[in-house]
Design a protein around this ligand. Structure first.
Ligand code: MD3
Ligand code: FE
Length: 216
């Protein structure tokens, strides 16, 4: 059983408040990373990573899959959450209990005691992949935070404000880092810069990002 105390002890928890309701928990997922990556292999065997098409007809450079009650999906028709993976025509893989516990513990430590994610969206970046500035607005309740877990190669995360052309701040994210995004910042534009080449002992040439959300 993983408790908040164990996380804090094992990781000598460093928590940095970036904005009023945004917390960066450096190395919070470090101890659990091998277990998370094992689970990711099982999830991807059931619902493979795929590059999704956008309504504009382009393909995202990150490959995506999901686990949970619903999954986020994009195609020419738009962005949405659905109970069925349109590629497999089956339910998305079940969210592993250790995922839920990690996300809820991080949220609770950041002041979000009622967070109960129904989806974990998983991005896989290969060298050269990026994610342009965007807002996450397909979820129902914006008072709930998003919990992000970075694994593998480092990347530079950038976030601005509520308007696309607001000035951006950049934060390097490393293997094991967790961010809890709530409050007004939940609606801020954000993205990641291009993944640089490298080798990580646990993920090789990839970076993974898990985002836990309450979509419905
Ligand atoms: C700020 N993922 O999946 S995670 C995404 O590293 C996404 O893969 C990035 O943006 C990644 O939608 C960034 C950190 C994050 C996640 C959600 C946010 C920051 C956020 C929602 C609102 C504001
Ligand atoms: Fe996002």
């Amino acid at each position: 059983m993983i408790t908040a105390d164990l996380f804090a002890e094992a990781n000598q928890l460093q928590c940095e408040q970036i904005l009023p309701e945004v917390f960066l928990l450096r190395s919070f997922a470090l101890q659990m990373a091998p277990q998370i990556l094992n689970q990711l292999d099982l999830i991807a065997a059931q619902s493979p990573f795929r590059r999704m098409q956008t309504p504009g007809g382009f393909f995202m450079s990150a490959a995506i899959t999901n686990c949970g009650d619903v999954g986020w999906h994009s195609d020419r028709q738009g962005y949405r959450y659905s109970e069925i993976d349109p590629q497999t025509e089956q339910a998305w893989p079940v969210m592993p209990e250790c995922f839920r516990e990690l996300a809820e513990t991080a949220a609770r430590q950041s002041g979000f005691s009622r967070f109960s994610p129904d989806v974990c969206l998983i991005n896989r970046y290969e060298v050269g992949a990026k994610m342009g500035l965007h807002q996450d607005k397909d979820e129902k309740d914006f008072s709930q935070p998003i919990v992000s877990v970075s694994l593998g190669l480092p990347i530079v995360f950038q976030f601005g404000g509520p308007k696309r052309n607001d000035p951006v701040q950049r934060i390097p994210l490393q293997h094991g880092d967790v961010i809890v995004w709530g409050g007004a910042a939940r609606r801020y534009y954000h993205g990641v810069l291009t993944l640089k080449p490298g080798q990580h002992p646990l993920t090789g040439s990839y970076r993974y990002n898990l985002t836990f959300r309450q979509a419905r």
